[in-house]
Design a protein around this ligand. Structure first.
Ligand code: ADP
Length: 150
């Protein structure tokens, strides 16, 4: 294994490793959930970003720590607001598919300056199904794993 890493080099490893090899489970919240509930969920699930789904379970938005901080500033009623008023919504969500390479995901995170990307599949009606998530933490773990192999 170690030899194959040396022979292939880190860059070809990054080009052959796929999202589905390192993705984690998605952490989702309903679009009707309140800002209060979203904050609680961030703590309970120990994540920085939640993927927002509609009642059919399809991806409609993404909400991060900064989104939640921003809405609470100077807004005493923020905690009861539904998250769909606060989230970043489609078509602005940057996503990856399970067959994309890890390098493509890393490039997207850097380029769009986001900490996480939903891993999605489209159904026959072009609805987005969230099947995983990829984060900067995954990437850092992968870096450590690759370093240990060499
Ligand atoms: P944080 O706010 O915790 O620093 P991010 O840097 O990931 O987290 O989020 C910055 C902004 O980008 C937020 O407004 C968030 O809604 C948005 N955002 C986060 N992830 C994505 C994504 N995959 N696609 C589009 N926008 C995103």
């Amino acid at each position: 294994r170690g030899n194959s890493v040396k022979r292939d080099g880190i860059s070809s490893q990054l080009n052959t490793l796929l999202i589905k090899d390192i993705q984690g489970v998605p952490v989702v919240v309903q679009e009707t959930a309140s800002v209060h509930d979203a904050v609680i969920q961030l703590f309970l699930e120990n994540v920085g970003t939640l993927m927002v789904v509609n009642q059919d379970g399809f991806l409609v938005g993404i909400i991060s720590r900064k989104d939640l901080l921003k809405v609470t500033l100077g807004n005493p009623n923020a905690s009861t607001m539904p998250v769909h008023l606060v989230m970043t919504r489609q078509p602005n969500i940057v996503t990856v598919s399970p067959e994309d390479t890890v390098l493509e995901a890393a490039r997207k995170m850097v380029h769009f300056q986001v900490d996480s990307l939903p891993v999605v599949k489209r159904d026959n009606h072009s609805n987005l199904l969230v099947i995983g998530r990829i984060t900067k933490t995954n990437m850092t773990q992968l870096l450590v794993d690759l370093a240990m192999e060499v």
